[in-house]
Design a protein around this ligand. Structure first.
Ligand SMILES: *[C@@H]1O[C@H](CO)[C@@H](O)[C@H](O)[C@H]1NC(C)=O
Ligand SMILES: *[C@@H]1O[C@H](CO)[C@@H](O)[C@H](O)[C@H]1NC(C)=O
Ligand SMILES: *[C@@H]1O[C@H](CO)[C@@H](O)[C@H](O)[C@H]1NC(C)=O
Length: 539
């Protein structure tokens, strides 16, 4: 699927668009001691959290000079983690790195988080022979002066509170460090575009529903049609709340990821994220379910499952409250409300938040950000912009797509053309996204959808139901499914209501059918005209 608006999932680029530091974390370690076990475990735990890590993969051989790129990498990092092992001080490269780090700490805002892997701080402070012997050796080869700098750095670094790796599994320690680092960097492992508009209210409502203070175990659904901004909303809530939990994970795009044998990978990803171990091997979905249950049941976790489209996915990832520790929260985004219904009985609280269209003010701001890179349109374009957003029906996806398309287009005639096109054509990117829901429907449901799109939106549901009954379309069930998929709503006095962009989708589908085979042309409608002709003979 094409993703226009979130095409740059890099983490850590600052909001003003500059790159900021190149790396978040620099790992300094002695290869032969820890590379294959602890350092790699830590490396992957950090990556899993979306943290950019510099690690010297080549491994600097003995006798080579430490390259300037290593120093640059330190300069370009925000946090350095020296991993002190028995052999650390025997490596001059490690000592040079450490010395450089300590200098940067004074001049820049570099933070250092030492790990005492299989040595004590007293060893590093040179109170024992472990490092002292190595330094005596260096003095012979590099001179007293050089080594003095290293000694100072070693003594200095022990004043910083670090981690003691003794009595801890690598996985656990790596996970603890990754979490600490992620809090320090305030990065969440999800990318959020800067152009968030009109979301505060929704975010607060969901945060209230989640009530992180309470000890019960909750599942919350964010439900709504495609393009309404469920995922963005979820990401904002996630980055706001994740630090309140022992461990957290945001799994994107589950619908896409679980095709074929993908669900097993999704389980693996979830487990790695939560327990901080990348080496998880699963033999089957059942195995994954057991593992989740066994590993998560004592942890307070926050799990976001984005774009779930089938109950089986929830079954495999979050079937019961017993799987999770006290205070855990599961948040699911979906187009299909039924997905959650099954789980209502399994959790103490299963609440559903319905994502809403943007109001005009927010829509105009979002549009302006994309079309003019500013909060409001220039005066000359105010009324054209208002017209455009009216036609998008407050659907964020459509606003972003059209706004980006119009960006830099200063000729009024282009705008007029676009407006005219919007009357009868759905933008391809929007269509693609909305099509996903339509394709899920069975044949009678599709017919009901198309009828509403073409001529029954705003009409009395009772009347339409008689007609569909006659056609053998099981209308009560069909409308239920459309309601659950957020494709249609029932308005006041039992009227059918459909979002404009969905109506356009329906019409374009009918158009296509017609051009493929005019004999099958199933519906004829006149835009806005009261006399609607319906012709079902072709069906
Ligand atoms: C870590 O790996 C290195 C190199 O493979 C090995 O020498 C060392 O004993 C390992 N450490 C532990 C605690 O297993
Ligand atoms: C909605 O989800 C339910 C439960 O997973 C499933 O049975 C149903 O087929 C889904 N509906 C659509 C239209 O995808
Ligand atoms: C729709 O039809 C029902 C039953 O025929 C009626 O009670 C209701 O008032 C009608 N609604 C409108 C908007 O006409």
């Amino acid at each position: 699927m094409k993703r226009k608006m979130s095409s740059s999932p890099e983490i850590g680029s600052t909001s003003d668009g500059t790159l900021g530091a190149l790396f978040d974390v620099f790992l300094s370690f002695r290869g032969p001691d820890t590379r294959t076990n602890f350092t790699y475990t830590l490396y992957y735990a950090l990556l899993d959290k979306g943290i950019r890590v510099f690690i010297d993969k080549k491994g600097i051989g003995v006798g080579e000079e430490i390259g300037p790129e290593i120093f640059h990498a330190i300069d370009d990092s925000k946090i350095c983690i020296p991993i002190f092992s028995k052999g650390y001080a025997s490596s001059r490269w490690c000592l040079r790195e450490l010395e450089h780090m300590m200098q940067c700490r004074k001049t820049n805002e570099l933070e250092i988080l030492p790990v005492f892997y299989d040595v004590e701080p007293s060893d590093v402070k040179l109170e024992t022979r472990v490092y002292r012997d190595a330094l005596t050796q260096h003095k012979k080869e590099c001179g007293v002066e050089t080594v003095q700098g290293w000694e100072d750095a070693l003594k200095e670094v022990t004043k910083i509170k670090g981690w003691d790796a003794k009595n801890k599994g690598y996985g656990e320690l790596a996970h603890l460090i990754a979490r600490k680092v992620s809090v320090k960097l305030k990065v969440s492992s999800v990318y959020i575009s800067d152009e968030l508009v009109g979301m505060d209210e929704s975010v607060n409502e969901i945060v209230d529903m989640l009530n992180v203070e309470s000890k019960d175990i909750r599942i919350i659904g964010i439900w709504g049609m495609g393009g309404i901004g469920k995922t963005t909303l979820a990401k904002v809530v996630y980055s706001k709340l994740s630090t309140n939990f022992e461990s957290h994970s945001f799994i994107s795009d589950i619908r896409e990821a679980s095709k074929g044998f993908g669900l097993l990978n999704v389980q693996r990803q979830l487990i790695s994220n939560i327990i901080g171990d990348v080496g998880v091997e699963l033999s089957s979905i059942d195995h994954g379910m057991n593992m989740i249950k066994d590993q998560f049941c004592r942890m307070k976790v926050l799990i976001f499952l984005d774009d779930v489209d089938h109950a089986s996915q929830l079954m495999a990832l979050a079937a019961k409250k017993e799987w999770f520790g006290m205070g855990s929260r599961i948040v699911v985004t979906t187009r299909n409300k039924s997905v959650l219904c099954k789980f209502q009985s399994q959790f103490e609280h299963c609440l559903i938040y319905e994502a809403k269209e943007l109001n005009n003010l927010a829509a105009l701001r979002l549009f302006s950000k994309h079309a003019f890179r500013s909060d409001s349109p220039p005066n000359a374009f105010l009324s054209l912009s208002t017209e455009v957003i009216t036609k998008t029906g407050g659907l964020p996806l459509a606003i972003e797509v059209i706004g980006s398309f119009l960006c830099g287009k200063t000729k009024e005639v282009v705008w007029q053309d676009t407006l005219e096109k919007m009357d009868h054509l759905l933008h391809e990117d929007v269509k693609e996204k909305l099509m996903l829901s339509y394709e899920k429907l069975d044949h009678p449901q599709k017919q009901i959808f198309l009828d509403i799109a073409c001529f029954l939106s705003g009409k009395n549901k009772s009347y339409a139901t008689y007609m569909w009954d006659d056609c053998g379309f099981f209308p009560e069930e069909g409308i239920d499914v459309l309601l659950l998929m957020s494709l249609v709503k029932i308005g006041e006095e039992n009227t059918l209501w459909m979002h404009d962009q969905l109506k356009d989708l329906g019409k374009s589908i009918v158009h296509q059918e017609y051009y493929k085979d005019p004999r099958k042309g199933s519906r004829v409608w006149e835009l806005g005209g009261p006399d609607i002709v319906q012709n079902r003979k072709g069906i």
